[in-house]
Design a protein around this ligand. Structure first.
Ligand SMILES: O=C(O)CCC(=O)C(=O)O
Length: 359
């Protein structure tokens, strides 16, 4: 989880850090010409576990590579486990293309809506209707008037006096006052996380139950319960209480960390991948343990519970190039005029929704 990765703890000498660096996006800097497009440095992906091809080969001939088994569980998609990592489950292509589109849209439209918090809260306060503002080319106009001064455009005069304005109309000196503006499209690109249900306080690294919040939407709860089932004890049902939505752009990564703020680690974290393909690293209890690398594609679900929750994990790379992103089905599904803004976003992004039972 964000904030738990400390450079002091995780020196570059650890096996986890070395593997992160192996897969991280670097650009080749051999070209001096600014006209030439920067090229990502090629990376050897031969050791990355590919559950899509494992699933395909299993469907063809019941064949599984050493160390991988299929859970004996009646489910729509096969559920794979790693023999040396109890509590880790991988369900390739668990979400239909329609479900993927639905959750991409929700992640951009309703999940960042207040009272849900986002990384923008700290600097800009609660921002409403970000996707719509980006679609209609608006700017977030921040009035620099000091708190307490007369302020005609303020919505929250104490800290975050801002509003949306059309780019064409915007004049940096409104009514003689000095204003600062940020295009909504830039804020959308810089969206890194939003939190649903019980709100997570990143500064204290704990859930703050006193922060205003809405319950996790029912459809997402139902989906999480269904997906969590293979990892639940017989007769128990997963109770989704909080979710963190991570937004990744090209070059973004999520450093090695543990998710250790929930009370009962026997309950799984349900983690869904949407958009561009990524590499997930599953390490051990120590950052010195060599992590396994695996591909995460749009529609894949990962469950982590029990012993697996004690393992460092992270996402060092997302692939935004045409060849590797593997979002062809999303492109087809989102070709309608109304969906263009979502498609434009997801073509170069990845979204992860991870759902948790907190108590
Ligand atoms: O993006 C992912 O797939 C992993 C997310 C994660 O590990 C987290 O939010 O704790």
């Amino acid at each position: 989880m964000y904030g738990s990765d400390s450079v002091n703890v995780d020196s570059e000498r650890t096996a986890f850090r070395r593997t992160e660096k192996k897969y991280k996006l670097y650009y080749d800097s051999n070209s001096k010409s600014s006209k030439k497009k920067k090229q990502p440095r090629p990376v050897d992906l031969s050791e990355v576990i590919d559950f899509k091809s494992i699933s395909e080969s299993f469907a063809r001939n019941d064949d599984l590579p050493a160390g991988v088994s299929k859970l004996e569980y009646h489910f729509d998609s096969p559920v794979f486990c790693l023999d040396n990592c109890p509590g880790f489950y991988f369900i390739p292509a668990a979400l239909s293309i329609e479900e993927q589109c639905k959750w991409i849209k929700e992640s951009l439209v309703s999940f960042p809506q207040p009272p849900n918090r986002t990384n923008h809260n700290a600097f800009h306060g609660a921002i409403h209707d970000l996707l719509n503002a980006a679609k209609t080319k608006q700017m977030l106009v921040k009035d620099k008037t000091e708190p307490g001064e007369d302020n005609t455009i303020a919505v929250d005069v104490n800290i975050h006096n801002h509003r949306w304005a059309c780019s064409e109309e915007f004049d940096s000196s409104v009514n003689g006052k000095s204003c600062e503006s940020i295009p909504a499209s830039v804020l959308l690109r810089k969206l890194r996380w939003s939190t649903l249900g019980l709100q997570f306080d990143w500064s204290k690294r704990s859930y703050n139950v006193s922060l205003p919040h809405n319950k996790i939407p029912d459809a997402l709860c139902q989906l999480a319960k269904r997906m969590a089932a293979p990892a639940m004890a017989v007769g128990e049902e997963f109770q989704p209480e909080a979710a963190i939505v991570n937004y990744f752009g090209s070059g973004d990564m999520l450093g090695g960390h543990l998710d250790d703020m929930e009370a009962d680690w026997s309950k799984p974290i349900v983690s869904m991948s949407l958009g561009c393909k990524a590499i997930f690293l599953l390490g051990g209890r120590s950052r010195n343990d060599e992590p396994l690398a695996m591909f995460l594609r749009s529609g894949d679900i990962v469950l982590m519970c029990g012993e697996a929750r004690e393992r460092f994990h992270g996402v060092p790379r997302i692939f935004t190039d045409m060849e590797n992103a593997e979002i062809g089905s999303l492109e087809k599904q989102m070709s309608a005029e109304d969906d263009i803004c979502y498609l434009e976003y997801i073509k170069t992004s990845r979204i992860n929704i991870n759902i948790r039972q907190v108590f």
